[in-house]
Design a protein around this ligand. Structure first.
Ligand SMILES: Cc1cc2nc3c(=O)[nH]c(=O)nc-3n(C[C@H](O)[C@H](O)[C@H](O)COP(=O)(O)OP(=O)(O)OC[C@H]3O[C@@H](n4cnc5c(N)ncnc54)[C@H](O)[C@@H]3O)c2cc1C
Length: 317
């Protein structure tokens, strides 16, 4: 008789919940993902999403982002259509040195002033993964099910609920109520999708003042334009004035965007936290492993964080 595989419940089916679920299930654990919303209705589905470790804080961000970059590159090599390696420019309006993490990326080099748009003073080129999130989340869910995992819809009121010995909390901004954790702040982000007027490279503004930043992320025939960060705002309705400002800023980089056909709007609530929370907490005779608070970099860190959760869970079971 084969031994019974230990059971783990993952709460949340955004990019953190599904990636963690896949990692645990493929390591041989029985995984049940429980989620209030289907993956396509999560913040993760709204993300751009470019690999960029800038917008989250934890001492292990370099390790987690490097591991995630490697997995995304392997997915590209395996022919997954949801992930692309795209060259482009990250630039700042201030005169600043390029960040150390960019130096080891494929295609890295500093830009000459003539290569930068007006109003930008420094910039650097590299190649980064860009992920088409709605089909990518669908791919993760199918990979989870293929590894024996399940996804069920249900709201979890308390981490004390149920009898599964190990619970992994990947609830993003939901952790504010569930844990409860007042350090999690909802930060609303908005993107505009337009018909791509021929942009093949990404452009990403490097800024720590997140209220309004400019980025262009090509996804084949669609070009995603960003972005903004509204602190404390969790209304899912797109704001037409924010959308108009995003289009105007992006048209300042690529003028053809001003006349591009608008295909749609996306909003999502980033789980902002001063530091990502990834740790084990005993709960009676059971265990909770927290994995939330990834702010604006949850996609970029997803595979590395999932590996850290697996390490903790293996030690527990
Ligand atoms: C406009 C925008 C652009 C972005 N661009 C990028 C980018 O380019 N690169 C990048 O790396 N990141 C980007 N991000 C950030 C990234 O989207 C987030 O960090 C990431 O999606 C967080 O994932 P998550 O799985 O933790 O949370 P979510 O995707 O919010 O998932 C949380 C899950 O938990 C469930 N849940 C919550 N509470 C409960 C409960 N009590 N019971 C049951 N289920 C519950 C929800 O239903 C959901 O399934 C962007 C975000 C936005 C909004």
């Amino acid at each position: 008789m084969s031994p019974v595989r230990p059971e783990v419940m993952v709460i949340g089916a955004g990019v953190l919940g599904l990636t963690t679920g896949v990692t645990l299930a493929e390591a041989g654990l029985r995984v049940r993902v429980r989620t209030q919303c289907r993956p396509e209705h999560t913040t993760s589905a709204a993300a751009g999403a470019i690999w960029d470790p800038l917008y989250a804080n934890h001492p292990l961000v370099p390790q987690w982002s490097t591991r995630s970059y490697d997995v995304f590159r392997d997915l590209v090599d395996a022919g997954r259509p949801e992930v692309k390696l795209v060259p482009g420019v990250e630039a700042s309006r201030r005169r600043i040195p390029s960040p150390g993490w960019a130096h080891d990326l494929p295609g890295f080099r500093e830009c000459a002033a003539a290569e930068l748009p007006d109003d930008f003073s420094s910039g650097w080129r590299y190649t980064a993964p860009i992920i088409d999130m709605p089909p990518y989340l669908d791919y993760l869910e199918r990979r989870l099910v293929a590894a024996g995992g399940t996804v069920e819809i249900g709201y979890v009121r308390s981490l004390d609920e149920g009898s599964v010995p190990v619970v992994v909390n990947c609830t993003g901004v939901g952790a504010r109520e569930l844990v409860p954790d007042p350090a999690v702040d909802p930060i609303r982000g908005q993107l505009v999708a337009v018909r791509n007027p021929g942009v093949r490279e990404f452009f990403a503004e490097h800024t720590e003042e997140l209220e309004e930043m400019t980025y262009l992320l090509p996804q084949g025939d669609v070009l995603l334009l960003g972005g903004n960060a509204d602190k404390g705002q969790s209304d899912p309705e797109p704001d037409p004035e924010v959308a108009a400002r995003i289009i105007a800023r992006c048209a300042g980089i690529v003028p053809a965007i001003a006349a591009a056909c608008v295909l749609g709007h996306r909003t999502g609530i980033r789980p902002q936290r001063p530091e990502i929370r990834l740790e084990h907490v005993p709960l009676g005779g059971r265990h909770v492993v927290h994995n939330y608070g990834h702010s604006g970099a949850g996609v970029s860190l997803s595979w590395g964080c999932a590996d850290s959760v697996l390490e903790i869970v293996r030690a527990l079971v």
